[in-house]
Design a protein around this ligand. Structure first.
Ligand SMILES: Cc1cc2nc3c(=O)[nH]c(=O)nc-3n(C[C@H](O)[C@H](O)[C@H](O)COP(=O)(O)OP(=O)(O)OC[C@H]3O[C@@H](n4cnc5c(N)ncnc54)[C@H](O)[C@@H]3O)c2cc1C
Length: 382
């Protein structure tokens, strides 16, 4: 049946755009694009096609906050409560390795990499959490010594210089950085194109079928066969493979109008990583998250904004982050995280010809390039 879907395609189209490939990657986010580049590095003759449902990538990779981070103290302690020290630290190692790979792949100026350092801030309702973090800093730093010395440092003496007087406590981390996610993805696409990796955009895949020693993908009345498929669709994977351990979680983001005399200087985490903010354009604040306050509502893959979350974020700005400053919200958007019963990514063979690399757990900018590389290793060694 699926062959019929190509009947409207010309002979010429079937011999070019729709011809058989060695690997088709569904999803042109950080995982799909870095996997494509890793595949090319391993085999210059592979015919590789990247397919995305949208004219420009429409996943989290171009909608995130651009934090090159690996987990704030309260987030890591929360993870340790859920999955223990060993698995948590192993995951941080992978995020750190992923960041190293990303920096090797993309020249720093091409993604505006800025090693500005990061801070976790605590408001006065979180004194208990702050005390817990402070008393665990030694043990965390020992476990994270593969990153460097004193990864997390007491930072209360810095609160005034950041003009964050409405916060009660601060912990700094000089190893964190910020990037421009739009530039990152643009650069990866440009590199792929230079490496003879093909793209079809605007093709929403709704079916994958294995047949006669090959596999086919179809959508929008088109059908293309391949030896292998890599699913790099993160939060949207269940639309194709409903049984995988994954659920979508929306994160909403706002960016303010330019603000006079901003004293923020880095990337900031709050509330166990659920809230994050930074400066963009030198004088605007990007603030996002707080999905934990609207848990059931935000378990969705609907890329939309809601007044209650936007209102909550605006209140945080007005009451805590920049009280007394005059501003409006100039931009708002949302993106979808891929989460599951564990924080670790899902990186495995789903069948003989389908490899899945999804569930980035909200830190795909950090871990994504490593997962892309792992997926390419698996496919080329099959
Ligand atoms: C608001 C927000 C802030 C974040 N902040 C950070 C951060 O600061 N640091 C960090 O490390 N991580 C952050 N993350 C997480 C990070 O952005 C993601 O983990 C990462 O981008 C996931 O990359 P990916 O390549 O796996 O998937 P995605 O980037 O989501 O890409 C999946 C692609 O698949 C395509 N697709 C899906 N289904 C189909 C289909 N059926 N057919 C064809 N194409 C399809 C989509 O269009 C999309 O382009 C944030 C996420 C969000 C939403």
């Amino acid at each position: 049946m699926s062959i019929k879907t190509n009947r409207a395609a010309s002979y010429w189209e079937q011999k070019t755009f729709l011809r058989h490939r060695n690997v088709i990657i569904i999803g042109s986010g950080i995982v799909g694009l870095t996997a494509a580049l890793s595949l090319r590095k391993r085999n210059k003759d592979l015919r590789i096609l990247v397919v995305d449902r949208s004219p420009i990538p429409h996943g989290a990779s171009t909608k995130n906050a651009g934090f090159a981070c690996f987990g704030s103290p309260s987030e890591l302690l929360n993870d340790i409560d859920q999955q223990g020290w060993t698995r948590t630290i192993e995951l941080v190692k992978k995020r750190w390795e992923g960041l190293k790979l990303l920096k090797e792949l993309i020249p720093h100026d091409k993604m505006k990499y800025n090693p500005c350092g990061g801070y976790e801030v605590f408001d006065d309702t979180q004194k208990h959490l702050f005390d817990r973090c402070e008393s665990n800093l030694g043990e965390l730093n020992k476990a994270l010594s593969f990153i460097g010395n004193d990864v997390f440092r007491p930072g209360n003496n810095l609160i005034d210089s950041h003009s964050l007087q409405r916060f009660y406590g601060m912990i700094s981390c000089p190893y964190e950085a910020e990037i421009h996610p739009g530039l990152m993805v643009q650069y990866l696409i440009w590199r792929c194109q230079r490496e003879n990796i093909e793209f079809i955009n605007g093709l929403n895949i709704d079916r994958i079928e294995e047949q006669n020693n090959q596999i086919s993908i179809s959508g929008d009345n088109m059908n293309i066969t391949s030896d292998f498929i890599l699913l790099a669709t993160n939060a949207f994977t269940r639309k194709l493979l409903p049984e995988v351990d994954l659920y979508p979680a929306r994160n909403q983001v706002v960016v303010t109008s330019p603000i006079y005399a901003l004293h923020l200087k880095g990337i900031y985490h709050q509330d166990m990583g659920y809230v994050y903010f930074r400066v963009v354009d030198k004088n605007r604040i990007l603030l996002g998250g707080a999905r934990n306050r609207f848990d059931q509502q935000e378990r969705t893959d609907d890329i939309a904004n809601t007044t209650n979350v936007l209102g909550h974020l605006e209140n945080l700005l007005r009451e805590k982050i920049i009280p007394g400053q005059d501003f409006q919200i100039d931009y708002c958007w949302s993106g979808i995280l891929g989460l599951g019963t564990t924080k670790s990514p899902l990186v495995e063979w789903y069948s003989d010809r389908i490899f899945v690399a999804c569930r980035m757990g909200g830190m795909g900018i950090s871990i994504g390039a490593l997962i892309g590389q792992n997926a390419a290793d698996e496919i080329t060694s099959r």
